[in-house]
Ligand binder design. Structure first.
Ligand code: UD1
Ligand code: CA
Length: 452
């Protein structure tokens, strides 16, 4: 068991954003959100984020998934961890320090670092990486036997030290008592006048405690995000991880480099995802579906055997065997039944559509309850808004709605009713009724000649 402390108080000036850096998103989840998730997946019993810059905005975005400590002035990484002292004292044992702007860290690496830390009997273990270009990073200075001596910041390093290519990832495992003790001894005597967390290692060594380094194998995991280019690079890596995971689970993804699938999406086996598809967090897709090119799904629940092409579905449910698109727009709060057809240029909003109903073309259905096996002709419109209020339209089972029908809601249609094409329905229609609500046609003979 361990706890983790995530440093997320910094400003992130290079993002050039009104928003604190740590809540910028990668695959739908904030940078720090990913770090919290990795901690929890690794088995953290509690997680604390040290927040500072626009703390309220950060807390609101992250929510109650972790505890918080406030660092109102950013006086360095050591100072940031000091703000979590109460939390660290309250949880004896291993404490993992992570950065809120390093979203690619995995649970697996956290666990491996902890295992290494424990098996070596260390008081502190720094997670390191070997980089071709170590520019900007703190360097790991080792003695002739390979033991860690200290970490020197790039800004404070000599030319000789700058040649070291083993760097500090900014992530560590500490024994909580040792960490608290060393934090108390930090001083801001360095190029930046900050309290460096890195100095705790030298302090612990001077006390005869054990300090080690765990070198990571995949350098991508320690990528910190400082600007929008790095945000893109991280998203590309994260997106590949997510898409690969779905492929391993039996999902076919065509041109996966064009497919954006956020975190927290479930997709059943034998489903095929086409190019240029975007699937937002909270979406669940069943088995054997086709999510065709250019589709966007946001918090959609899609059951098995559904076929969707070039359509947008938001916060709605689509039941088994239904066909949607091309160019359909399903707005929030719709429940579409089994074996329904929602065809081209059809918009649905806040409506329930019964099994087997066909809404094939150019139709708007809003605030409606539609029964089973209804056939809508082309160009049906529910007129659900009178300029002030929205009203519902109710249509029973097995109705036939002629082309270009308007339902002026509130209005109810019984089962098995027929509506003539071009009708404007303003009154309820009993079941089994044929309703014709349009002006009778008048043909005037030879009208064209008489006009002259
Ligand atoms: C730090 C390390 C460096 C390491 C690098 C890895 C120190 C002194 N240096 O440097 O050895 O190679 O990370 O990326 O620790 N933060 C706060 N409060 C503060 C200062 C920072 O919360 O007062 C947070 C930042 O928001 C960020 C993290 O701590 O998430 C790292 O801070 P940053 O300023 O980026 O440290 P570096 O100078 O890059
Ligand atoms: Ca940094």
């Amino acid at each position: 068991m361990f706890t983790s402390v995530i440093l997320a108080a910094g400003m992130g000036t290079r993002m050039k954003s009104e928003m604190p850096k740590v809540i910028h998103r990668v695959c739908g989840k904030s940078l720090t959100g990913w770090v919290i998730d990795a901690s929890k997946k690794a088995g953290a019993k509690s997680v604390l984020a040290v927040v500072g810059h626009k703390a309220d905005m950060v807390k609101e975005t992250l929510g109650d998934v972790c505890e918080y400590a406030l660092q109102s002035e950013q006086k360095g990484t050591g100072h940031a961890v000091m703000q979590a002292a109460d939390f660290i004292k309250a949880h004896k044992g291993a404490v993992v320090i992570l950065n809120g702007d390093t979203p690619l860290i995995t649970a697996d690496t956290i666990n491996k670092a902890i295992s290494y830390h424990t098996s070596e009997g260390n008081n502190a273990t720094v997670i390191t990486a070997i980089l071709d270009d170590a520019m900007g990073y703190g360097r790991i200075v080792r003695d002739e036997n390979g033991g860690v001596l200290r970490i020197v910041e790039h800004k404070d390093a000599s030319d000789e030290e700058r040649k070291i290519n083993e760097i500090n990832s900014g992530m560590y495992v500490f024994d909580s008592d040792s960490l608290i003790d060393a934090l108390g001894k930090l001083t801001p005597n360095n190029a930046q006048g900050e309290y460096y967390l890195t100095d705790t290692l030298e302090i612990l060594l001077s006390q005869g405690k054990r300090v080690g380094a765990y070198a990571i194998s995949d350098n991508d995991e320690i990528r910190g995000i400082n600007d929008r280019v790095q945000l893109w690079e991280a998203e590309r890596i994260m997106q590949e991880r997510i898409n690969r995971m779905h492929m391993k689970n039996g999902v076919t993804i065509r041109l996966p480099e064009t497919v954006l699938i956020e975190s927290d999406v479930e997709i059943g086996s034998d489903t095929v995802i086409g190019p240029n598809v975007e699937i937002k967090a909270g979406t669940r897709i069943g088995k054997n579906c086709v999510i065709g090119e250019g589709t966007r799904l946001d918090k959609a629940i899609i059951r098995d055997n559904v076929d969707i092409l070039k359509s947008v579905i938001l916060s709605s449910q689509i039941d088994e065997g239904t066909h949607v698109g091309p160019f359909a727009y399903v707005r929030p709060d719709c429940s579409v039944g089994k074996d329904v057809k929602v065809g081209d240029f059809v918009e649905l909003k806040n409506s329930n559509i019964g099994d087997g109903t066909k809404i094939s073309h150019l139709t708007y259905i809003g605030d409606s309850d539609v029964g089973k096996a209804v056939n809508f002709g082309c160009g049906t419109v529910t007129c659900n808004y009178d300029g002030k209020h929205k009203y519902r339209t109710t249509i029973g089972d097995n109705c036939f709605v002629g082309c270009n029908t308007n339902f002026v809601s509130p209005v109810k249609v019984g089962d098995n009713a027929y509506i003539a094409a071009g009708s404007t329905i303003t009154e309820d229609i009993p079941s089994k009724t044929l309703s014709i609500a349009r002006a009778r046609q008048v043909n005037k003979d030879n009208w064209t000649d008489k006009r002259k």
